[in-house]
Design a protein. Structure first.
Length: 294
């Protein structure tokens, strides 16, 4: 039977910008009638094995995964690896390399923010960043939560009631994007190298949210990635407008990539993405990905 709804891109509190525990996520999946989910945290597999144990107890299939941060053609690309063997040494080697680069990037961001005039320290960021390197929105959230910054006129815009829900993202756009005051050049792992190593992880390489503003994956990009081992494409995602969904659905068909669906749920840091917001995920996607393993 290949019927049932799935969400193959969910973040737990093991991501620096995630909110809910694996237990809570699986409870929500059960309440929403999902047959299978993937907890795909940023550059960590710390949700496992606990997520697998809870999934088995609650009758929700949990497919181990991770979202690796990589670079391709000077842009940041996110690679999902559903069915990853989270115990293998190779995945921890990749995580260590990505984490080292992201920590260096985060430290440099903090240094720039300090020079601009914000009350922020690396010690505070590291303490509150959980089990993965702090992303830009996580740094922004920690700084906005610091009472020492409440009177800073530079933060007035983000502390207004109408902007509070999306404050970390507004701050990211104003300070961390390319050309902005606290922008830092990306230093991440090569996407092509990650694709070449993917078979050793036992994961099936799927490009997350190809139409995201920082990726803007073209047909040419996807042709190159397919030649280097890409097997799936996240067609249905909270990042895509309907026209983008149709564009990438067509490309997935033409390039023989498995179309997948993932909400990219994070919790309160992405309040515009409620749990279960992407309803296009079907279990046949899991079966097709499973066929591409190895």
């Amino acid at each position: 039977m290949n019927k049932g709804k799935v969400d193959l891109h969910i973040h737990s509190n093991k991501s620096s910008d995630g909110d809910l525990s694996p237990f809570h996520i699986i409870q929500l999946a059960k309440e929403n009638g999902l047959r299978a989910i993937s907890i795909s945290d940023h550059d960590t597999v710390a949700a496992y094995p606990r997520a697998l144990e809870v999934g088995e107890e609650e009758g929700v299939e949990v497919i181990p995964s991770i979202e690796l941060t990589t670079l391709f053609r000077g842009r940041e690309f996110h690679l999902l690896l559903p069915f990853v063997n989270w115990r293998k040494k190779i995945i921890f080697n990749l995580i260590d390399r990505v984490s080292e680069a992201r920590i260096k990037e985060a430290r440099e961001r903090v240094e720039k923010l300090q020079k601009i005039g914000f009350d922020i320290s690396w010690k505070e960021i590291a303490k509150k960043s959980k089990e993965s390197p702090p992303l830009g929105v996580a740094i922004a959230q920690i700084m906005l939560d610091n009472p020492e910054n409440k009177g800073n006129p530079l933060l007035e815009k983000y502390l207004k009631d109408k902007n509070r829900r999306f404050a970390p993202y507004l701050f990211y756009e104003d300070y961390f994007m390319e050309g902005k005051p606290a922008w830092i050049p990306k230093k991440n792992l090569s996407l092509l190298e990650a694709l070449n190593l993917a078979p050793l992880t036992e994961g099936v390489p799927v490009l997350a949210h190809p139409g995201a503003y920082f990726q803007r994956a073209s047909r040419e990009d996807l042709e190159i990635l397919k030649e280097n081992g890409l097997r799936g494409l996240e067609v249905y995602t909270s990042y895509h407008e309907p026209s983008q969904t149709e564009f990438y659905k067509k490309l997935a068909e033409e390039l023989d990539l498995v179309p997948t669906a993932g909400s990219d749920f994070h919790g309160k840091i992405k309040p515009h993405i409620p749990f279960g917001s992407i309803t296009d995920g079907e279990y046949w996607m899991v079966e097709e990905l499973r066929k591409r393993k190895g």
